[in-house]
Ligand binder design. Structure first.
Ligand code: UD1
Length: 365
């Protein structure tokens, strides 16, 4: 019997990337697969709600690793996934994105000489203070098939000496989820439910260690957003990591900065699409806003997704108060760039991923 492929997901953004491949493999019935959840994210709002709205089956296997420091969490996934590979070796392991689960599972598979396929390969921020950059570098070095979302990734992998026959430009699989789910998302009318007027609010998300772990920096940012929210209300779904930090600094929310629980995927899409602008440090939201044509102020010093700045609607503003204020004003006064379509972000990436997987599994390419 053919061994199944393991599709590995652990953290919130992984689930949105996994779903389109599951839909395609289910309809083609060409390759058997099993979903492995590492348990990196475990709150209902961070995990199960995504399986529900994306209509993907419950993971057959959950490693239930939970939270911990970067290395602790990585080590725990490595140990538990290695046990699984020992007991039930798959035909290949597919990993997504750049989270700790991506790194740990690709490492465990490579050590057992099981083929690794990386979806969203080649992205580089060139900032090794980001845990994700380390995860991307190691995963790509270990992968047998590297599936790339934007052209910058092709250039990086070529420069790093990865043989061209291992690499394919397939586009952005997360956009497949967006294309399929947007009509349903818009039915949610999420803005109205949260008491803000569609088209007339800012959506804020913040969870990177570089923005939230230092109490002084987090306070400065929250005070700035409270000030900007006098011009247009803010909706701020708060990530659990950020919530803990906000509680520990004793911040009192201001009236126009609406802090809410993390939202599910449909509300996230709807809130982005109906907003005037988005302020975020999320990589995925930079990509989604570019597709949706919504201005995005990226609260980071760099991005591993430069096409969202070059063609899309994103501007890197870091945590520079003046730059955030001037770019914010540009949006409100209608002077902000429009953005253009991004090649291969067309809603059909999962089909190209499945084609590449079939070639690898059936013909060894
Ligand atoms: C992880 C990813 C990041 C991704 C983000 C999306 C890494 C290195 N980082 O960051 O790339 O953008 O997911 O959310 O893999 N927590 C809960 N409940 C949960 C999950 C987390 O309370 O379901 C809390 C825990 O206190 C945990 C903290 O959030 O320590 C951070 O979670 P973790 O998975 O370590 O990283 P994220 O910041 O979510």
């Amino acid at each position: 019997m053919t061994k199944p492929i393991y599709l590995v997901a652990g953290a919130r953004p992984n689930f949105i990337k996994l779903a389109p491949l599951v839909w395609v493999l289910q309809s083609r019935q060409s390759l058997p697969f099993q979903i492995v959840h590492t348990g990196q994210h475990y709150d209902r709002a961070m995990s199960q709600s995504f399986f529900d709205v994306l209509n993907i089956p419950e993971p057959e296997i959950n490693l239930e690793v939970g939270s911990g420091t970067q290395s602790f969490q990585t080590a725990r996934i490595l140990e538990r996934f290695d046990g699984l590979l020992n007991d039930a070796p798959p035909g290949a392991v597919v990993v997504f994105g750049d989270v700790n689960s991506t790194l740990a599972c690709s490492l465990a598979a490579a050590k057992r000489q099981i083929r690794v396929v990386h979806v969203e390969a080649g992205l580089r921020s060139f900032d090794r203070s980001m845990p994700e950059e380390i995860n991307r570098l190691v995963t790509d070095a270990l992968s047998d098939l590297l599936l790339v979302s934007e052209n910058s990734g092709m250039l990086h992998l070529q420069r790093e000496g990865i043989p061209a026959e291992k690499v394919r430009l397939v586009g952005n699989i997360m956009i497949d989820s967006l294309v399929r789910m947007l009509p349903k998302a818009l039915e949610r009318q999420s803005a109205l439910h949260l008491g803000v007027e569609p088209g007339n609010y800012a959506l804020l998300t913040l969870h990177r260690p570089s923005n939230v772990d230092d109490p002084a920096r987090l306070s400065r940012l929250l005070n700035l957003f409270a000030d900007l929210s006098q011009k247009i209300p803010f909706v701020f779904p708060v990530h659990p990591r950020t919530k803990k930090q906000i509680e520990s600094i004793g911040y009192t929310p201001s009236a126009n900065l609406h802090m809410v629980e993390p939202v599910d995927y449909l509300d996230s899409l709807c809130l982005q699409k109906q907003s005037k602008l988005v302020l975020t440090d999320s990589g995925g939201i930079q990509e989604e806003t570019s597709c949706l044509g919504i201005p995005c102020l990226t609260l980071r010093q760099n991005t591993e997704r430069p096409v969202t700045v070059e063609l899309g609607t994103s501007t890197i503003v870091g945590n520079d108060e003046n730059l955030i204020r001037t770019t914010f004003e540009q949006v409100l006064s209608g002077q902000y760039k429009q953005g253009q379509p991004i090649p291969l972000w067309d809603g059909h990436t999962a089909e190209r991923v499945a084609d590449s997987l079939e070639n690898l599994m059936l013909q060894g390419l």
